[in-house]
Design a protein around this ligand. Structure first.
Ligand SMILES: [Zn+2]
Length: 442
C-alpha cells in the first residue's frame, strides 16, 4: 500500500476544524480572527437578513484557502483584501480561496456579502438557538454554535475577537446588541444602530435583539454605563432594573473590577426557556429573577472575560456562575457549605447524578446538564474546604485577573490552584472532574 502525497493545495489549506472535544466540526484553523464588523439589515417580512460581514484576521500559516462557519444563507460575493475571491460551501462551512496565497503572519480582511432567512439551530439537547423570530422582531442567541446562523465567523470559543455592529431595522423597532451604543440614526424609515464591543468576545456571546422595547439608561457610581431593554408586553422586571447596580458592585467586591465599560440586560418574550450571558448585556426570556440575574452577571467575569477554549471545559463557566448564586444566597441565608452539604445528601453514592463527570461529558447533549452546573459548583466548594478561604479567594481572583480577555483551560485553573495553595491537587481534581463516581476523602 502506498501513501498518496497530499497535493500542494492541500498542504496550505486551513483546517476546517478547531479540534474542539465536543464540537469538532465547529471552528477553523490556520488563522486568528482579530475583529468583525457586522453590517446587517433586518427585513421584517419573513424575518430575513441581508448581511455584509468583514473579518480581519492574522494568518497562522501560509494559506491557499480557509474556512468560516456558516449555516444556511446565500453567499453572493466574497472579497479578500478587497479582491474578489472564489468560495464554496460545505456542511455549515464557507471555504474561501483568495486569488493570492496568504503568508504566515499577514493580516488580511475577508468581506462576505450574503442574504436569506437564517435558520433557528436545534441543539443536541433539543433547545433552540441562533436566529429566533419573535412576535415583534427577532433575537439571535449563540450558545454554543448559533452564531453561524446569522454571520460567517470562526465559531470556536478559542478565537475571541473585537466586534462592531451596524444594524438596520424598521425605525419603529429598537435594536439591542453587545457593548456600547455609539450612535443611532434614522433615514427613509430605517433606523441604524451602531454598537462597539471593544474587548475580545467569543462568537457564542455575540447577540442581537430587535423588537419593540422600553429602553432604560443609567450609570453606576463607579462609571459603568447601563443600557437595558425590556419588552413592554411582559411584566416589567422592576426589581432587576433596581438591583442591577448593586449586584454589579457586589460582584466586583467578590472577583475584581467589572470586565467591561457597559452593562445592562435584555428581557424579551423569546420562547427558548433559558437566559444567556450575552457579553455586557445578558438576555432573559420574559422574566428576570434576581438569582438568574446574579448568575448571568457572574458570567461576565467567568465565561465572557475568561473564556474556556474548549466546550469540554464549560464547567469553568457554569460551575463558577452557580457557585456565585450560592455566594449571593449566603449573604442572607444558607452558607455555601450548607448548599454543598444539601446537594451531597440529595445525591448519595451510586446516584445517576455522579455518572457524568464535568470534564468528561461525552455527548454534547450534556453541555448544560447538572454535572456542569451543580457538580461544577460543588467542585469549587470542595476546593475551598480543601485549600482554605485565603488560597481559594486568591485563586478565584487571580483566575480572573490573570486570564481576562483570553481563552483558557481547566489545566491552567488546576495549575493556579496548586500554585496559590502550595498543594498537589491532582487527585482532588481528578476525583471531582473526571470520575463517574461520587468523590470521597477530599
Ligand atoms: Zn450559566
Amino acid at each position: 500500500m502506498l501513501a498518496v502525497p497530499a497535493s500542494a493545495a492541500d498542504v496550505d489549506a486551513g483546517p476546517l476544524t478547531s479540534r474542539d472535544s465536543l464540537f469538532p466540526h465547529q471552528g477553523n484553523g490556520g488563522y486568528n480572527a482579530q475583529s468583525y464588523h457586522l453590517d446587517l439589515t433586518y427585513v421584517r417580512h419573513g424575518h430575513a437578513l441581508k448581511g455584509l460581514t468583514t473579518m480581519t484576521a492574522r494568518a497562522r500559516q501560509d494559506l491557499t484557502s480557509f474556512g468560516l462557519d456558516l449555516e444556511g444563507l446565500n453567499v453572493s460575493r466574497v472579497w479578500v483584501n478587497g479582491v474578489r475571491a472564489s468560495f464554496h460551501r460545505g456542511s455549515d462551512k464557507l471555504v474561501v480561496t483568495p486569488v493570492r496565497e496568504l503568508r504566515t503572519g499577514s493580516i488580511f480582511t475577508t468581506r462576505i456579502q450574503y442574504a436569506g432567512v437564517p435558520h433557528t439551530h436545534v441543539d443536541p439537547d433539543g433547545s433552540s438557538e441562533g436566529w429566533i423570530p419573535t412576535a415583534d422582531g427577532v433575537v439571535a442567541l449563540n450558545e454554543p454554535v448559533g452564531a453561524m446562523t446569522w454571520f460567517p465567523n470562526n465559531n470556536t470559543p478559542r478565537d475571541k475577537a473585537r466586534y462592531r455592529f451596524t444594524i438596520h431595522a424598521p425605525k419603529r423597532l429598537e435594536v439591542a446588541s453587545n457593548g456600547r451604543l455609539v450612535r443611532r440614526t434614522t433615514r427613509h424609515g430605517i433606523g441604524t444602530w451602531h454598537y462597539v464591543m471593544a474587548k475580545p468576545m467569543a462568537s457564542y456571546l455575540a447577540f442581537l435583539a430587535i423588537g419593540q422595547f422600553k429602553i432604560h439608561h443609567g450609570r453606576t457610581s463607579d462609571g459603568i454605563r447601563l443600557l437595558s431593554f425590556t419588552d413592554p408586553k411582559v411584566p416589567a422586571p422592576t426589581a432587576a432594573l433596581r438591583k442591577l447596580p448593586g449586584i454589579l458592585h457586589w460582584l466586583q467586591t467578590q472577583f475584581g473590577p467589572y470586565p467591561f465599560a457597559d452593562a445592562g440586560f435584555v428581557d424579551d418574550k423569546i420562547g427558548v426557556d433559558y437566559a444567556l450571558e450575552t457579553q455586557t448585556r445578558p438576555t432573559f426570556d420574559g422574566t428576570v429573577p434576581i438569582t438568574d440575574l446574579v448568575h448571568e452577571l457572574a458570567h461576565q467575569w467567568f465565561g465572557d472575560a475568561v473564556t474556556p477554549a474548549d466546550w469540554g471545559d464549560i464547567w469553568l463557566n457554569e460551575g463558577f456562575a452557580t457557585y456565585t448564586e450560592w455566594l449571593w444566597a449566603a449573604r442572607t441565608g444558607e452558607s455555601t457549605e450548607d448548599q454543598f452539604t444539601e446537594l451531597l445528601a440529595a445525591h448519595p453514592a451510586g446516584d445517576p447524578f455522579w455518572q457524568t463527570p464535568p470534564q468528561d461529558l461525552g455527548d454534547p447533549a450534556n453541555l448544560f446538564g447538572n454535572a456542569v452546573y451543580e457538580r461544577g459548583a460543588m467542585t469549587l466548594e470542595a476546593l475551598r474546604e480543601t485549600i482554605g478561604d485565603v488560597a481559594f479567594n486568591t485563586t478565584i481572583r487571580q483566575w480572573y485577573v490573570g486570564h481576562r480577555g483570553q481563552s483558557t483551560s481547566t489545566a491552567e485553573f488546576i495549575d493556579l490552584a496548586e500554585q496559590t495553595s502550595g498543594q498537589d491537587l491532582t487527585s482532588f481534581f481528578h476525583n471531582w472532574l473526571d470520575q463517574p463516581t461520587r468523590p470521597t476523602g477530599w
